[in-house]
Design a protein around this ligand. Structure first.
Ligand code: HDE
Length: 737
């Protein structure tokens, strides 16, 4: 009997020897049709898996190569032509192949998210810098270099699922950590503050910013009466509004965007000691934002710009990265910083409490199926693990209810945690049962506690046994009567917006003023406009006066109750250059009719690729050596624009071209300059600058050079620094004092 194996043992042996996952070895009908696809993508072996890919999703991948079509219940069928009574006769009810195919199609859509419907996501990993068990019992932070799989979804808030990426809005930044002690979701935004202080106001806020109820206009925009009526009637919105009206409202990409947990949370260590914390995700590339005219045009030129930027940079192996850190505050200091740490409309300046870096977050794998992963991921701030705890922030408390509720609506039942992308990568044991779409076969029929028939299993985990979640022992309730009221510690709505305003560079303040002018010029109610000016005037008289001037409203007298000169160095998007040019799009304008131009384009392509930028050669037609045709080119798609020597004719097209509108090449320079981008002309490419009438030699961010190799080398160097500057602020008009 020495070599007698059961079928399972044989399968296990086979699977171990050949590296074939167990489920395919035993012929499981649903699991693991995907090993072929996976091996192609990841070079065949587990060794080649990227960090963070623990193979958890492998068993769910389906590969349809070289197999027959089947029905959902496994019968092989042909599903191209329906069953009819005679070739030209009526289709028969009997045709289960047709009926199921159509039924499945009819049910493909699920409700989009009520907010944050538009988004994109990627897989990756978190790596802890150190053992942080002195401050938190969270196991994923318990060891230096420990890696944890993550899935991060970025989003806009107000727009529908098909809306444009570059609209003005706060961005969602939701990170799921698949830790070895369960899932932790940090469901944050790209601003560290939120519009309202109490969950009770959330439906009101969202009703006001969503499109009008009668005509569903405008899509994904706050530039309408109801949004600004809500803002001006609810001054808690002022602070987040300032963020939305400036850089964070129109980020260059998700890769250039920070993330914040917004609310105060808690770290708790094994001994039960707790600290208040605020989550920060800081982009390794630095922060960058569009300017508004650029973002608007982009919505038409490529409404998927952010989604594509994320996808493409991962495919190019330029993995987006953030440093994850926390501000740590003693429990007793809840009210020590001039505001209440429970108030989500306030942020804690880094000058007061610096961010402690905990680890890095890297995104290195695109989802394989948008619906299955990105659309079905159901983030929830209530997904916490041992070592993390909540605070009494009333907005957070309301969120802890909302997210599960909304998932049940979207999924049509309570088993949404069983969807592959939502499954924790650790076993799930409890007495929750049944419901629509139950995907597990529970063998425990003693589905209650306390029981004796199953030895009390599943057992209860807590602080001292089973490494369970526990509430921070130091969490105290402030004694008081039941009230439906706002705390007096939540009542200063203007000091922090003023600090925000004080912290922007002048050109950035101007962008904010311009954004407010744009939005309010679309507000039809004069009373609403005046109410906004009154609110702005509590923040800063200059802000109010400048916006008012564009609306034909008289300059208000200063209302200095909340005026001060405090500022913080960490807010501005335009104060510091980018830290890297990684993945920035450099348009190299070429002419297929000029050998010099094509050669130079090739040279520049290699040079920019070598420094990590993303060069794109533009030509009259698509052919070898050309990445994009002028017909689809627009300055908004590129971070910098260079015309090669030999492109002169492009800029002097008499009578135009049928391959592209004749104004396109010139407009690339005209608009690129107006949007503050670095631009360059080599040799007779200078004709482009002349046509666009935009720049002169010696102007910052404008490079005019000859064609020698020395000059080209220097150009690449200078242009790299121009790309890091990102926006040449001197080109933007400023209000006269
Ligand atoms: Fe959300 N929010 N939210 N929110 N939120 C949702 O949950 C809600 C709030 C945030 O990529 C919904 O699954 C309420 C603050 C992100 O899948 C919903 C309140 C912050 C995402 C919901 C808030 C956020 C959501 C819609 C006030 C920043 C997208 C679909 C009490 C800290 C997550 C869903 C993803 C999504 C409710 C306030 C961020 C309806 C009631 C504050 C990033 O449950």
């Amino acid at each position: 009997m020495l070599f007698s194996f059961t079928k399972i043992q044989l399968a296990l042996l086979f699977s171990l020897l050949l590296g074939v996952p167990l489920s395919s070895a035993i012929g499981c009908p649903y699991a693991n049709h995907g090993s072929d696809v996976l091996s192609k993508r990841q070079d065949g072996t587990d060794k080649d898996r990227l960090p963070g890919d623990d193979g958890y999703l492998d068993k769910f991948y389906v590969n349809d190569t070289d197999v027959y079509t089947t029905t959902d219940f496994g019968t092989p069928v042909a599903d191209r032509v329906s069953l009819k009574a005679g070739e030209r006769g009526p289709t028969l009810l009997e045709d289960f192949v047709l009926r199921t195919k159509i039924t499945r199609f009819d049910h493909e859509r699920v409700p989009e998210r009520a907010v944050h419907a538009r988004g994109a996501a990627a897989h990756g990993y978190f790596e802890s810098y150190a053992d942080w068990s002195n401050i938190t019992a969270a196991s994923f932070l318990g060891k230096a270099r420990k890696q944890t799989p993550v899935f991060v979804r970025f989003s806009t808030v107000a727009g529908s699922r098909g809306s444009a990426d570059s609209v003005r809005d706060i961005r969602g930044f939701a990170t799921r950590f698949y830790t070895d002690a369960g899932n932790l979701d940090v469901v944050g935004n790209d601003a560290p503050v939120f519009f309202i202080q109490d969950a009770m106001q959330f439906p009101d806020l969202i009703h006001s910013v969503k499109p009008r109820q009668d005509n569903e206009i405008p899509q994904a925009a706050t530039a309408h009466d109801s949004a600004w009526d809500f803002f001006s009637q609810n001054p808690s919105t002022m602070h987040t509004l300032m963020w939305a009206l400036s850089g964070p409202g129109i980020p260059r990409s998700f890769r250039h965007m920070p993330g914040f947990g917004v609310h105060t949370f808690r770290f708790v260590n094994d001994d039960g000691e707790s600290k208040l914390i605020k989550w920060h995700f800081t982009p390794k590339l630095g922060k960058a934002a569009f300017v508004w005219p650029e973002a608007q045009t982009l919505a038409g030129m490529n409404s998927d710009f952010h989604r594509q930027d994320l996808y493409d940079s991962i495919e190019r192996k330029q993995y987006p990265e953030w440093e994850v850190g926390v501000q740590i505050v003693d429990e007793k200091d809840m009210l020590s910083y001039g505001f209440d740490m429970l108030d989500p409309t306030k942020f804690l300046p880094e000058e007061l409490v610096p961010v402690t870096p905990l680890g890095k977050l890297v995104l290195n794998r695109n989802p394989r199926n948008f619906f299955a992963e990105t659309e079905q991921v159901m983030m929830n701030p209530g997904h916490v693990v041992r070592g993390i705890d909540f605070s009494d922030d009333p907005l957070l408390q309301g969120r802890l209810f909302s997210y599960v509720d909304t998932q049940i609506n979207r999924h049509g039942g309570p088993n949404f945690e069983q969807v592959p992308i939502n499954q924790p990568h650790v076993p799930v044991h409890n007495n929750n049962r049944d419901g629509a779409g139950q995907g597990l076969i529970h063998l425990n029929i003693i589905a209650y506690g306390q029981n004796s028939l199953n030895n009390g299993s599943p057992k209860l985990a807590n602080r001292t046994q089973g490494k369970g979640f526990f509430t921070a022992p130091a969490r105290m309730v402030v004694d008081g009567a039941y009230v439906r009221d706002v705390s007096p510690t939540f009542m200063d709505f203007w000091s922090q917006p003023r600090m925000y305003w004080n912290s922007l560079v002048p050109a950035e303040q101007q962008m904010l003023v311009n954004a407010a002018r744009f939005e309010l010029s679309k507000v039809t109610s004069v009373a609403v406009r005046e109410n906004v000016i009154r609110q702005f005037n509590l923040i800063d008289n200059g802000l109010a006066t400048r916006v008012a001037a564009a609306l034909g409203i008289a300059a208000p007298k200063p209302d200095p109750k909340f005026y001060h000169n405090n500022s913080t160095a960490y807010i501005s998007y335009f104060r510091n250059p980018l830290l890297s040019v990684e993945g920035l799009n450099v348009a190299i304008l070429a002419s297929v009719n000029s050998a010099t131009s094509m050669e130079q384009a090739k040279y520049l392509y290699s040079a920019f690729e070598a420094i990590g930028a993303h060069p794109i050669i533009i030509g009259e037609i698509m052919k070898e050596g050309v990445d994009q045709a002028y017909v689809s080119a627009n300055a908004v798609l590129f971070d910098g624009i260079i015309a090669t020597d030999g492109t002169k004719d492009l800029f002097t097209l008499k009578g135009g071209s049928t391959y592209f509108p004749s104004q396109v090449p010139g407009n690339l320079f005209r608009d690129g300059y107006a949007y503050g981008k670095p631009i360059a002309a080599i040799g007779n490419g200078k004709a482009g600058l002349e046509l666009a009438n935009v720049a002169t030699k010696g102007e910052k961010g404008v490079y005019i050079v000859g064609s020698t190799e020395r000059e080209l080398k220097q150009l690449v160097k200078d242009f790299e620094s121009g790309l890091k500057t990102f926006k040449f602020l001197n080109r933007f008009a400023m209000d006269k004092e």
